[in-house]
Write a protein that binds this ligand. Structure first.
Ligand code: FES
Length: 125
């Protein structure tokens, strides 16, 4: 059911954990299954210097969260805001149709974390 890249990220998640002194935090839940994802970011010189995730979710949610953090690390805030759910699912080589909704948590949580950072900084967002 799952492709090789999905299984790899599920079995060896990258950047799992929390950042206690994060500059921005974004959280999103999926009302259909009750799963939720939290993204923590550290920002330096307008770039995502560090990123971690905490997820209570299924294998697809874990794999997409892991892939998302790899894609976002080192990116500018503008580039991070441009990452879409489709980008993440595509980078994983696709997901089964009925698991596509699981990949909808990642980009939203990342965007919320960036906006949280901008709000804390006083730049709106
Ligand atoms: Fe809830 Fe996958 S079943 S995120």
């Amino acid at each position: 059911m799952y492709g090789e890249r999905v299984l790899d990220h599920f079995l060896n998640p990258r950047n799992a954990g929390i950042i206690p002194d994060a500059d921005g935090v974004g959280q999103v839940g999926d009302p259909r299954c009750g799963d939720y994802l939290r993204i923590f970011i550290k920002v330096k010189d307008n770039r995502i210097e560090d990123i971690k995730f905490q997820v209570f979710g299924c294998p697809a949610a874990i794999a997409t969260s892991s892939m998302l953090t790899e894609m976002a690390k080192g990116k500018t805030l503008e580039e991070a805001l441009a990452i879409t759910d489709e980008d993440v699912a595509g980078a994983l080589g696709g997901l089964p149709d009925f698991k596509l909704h699981c990949s909808n948590l990642g980009a939203t949580a990342l965007h919320k974390a960036v906006k949280d950072y901008l709000r804390r900084k006083g730049d709106g967002g």
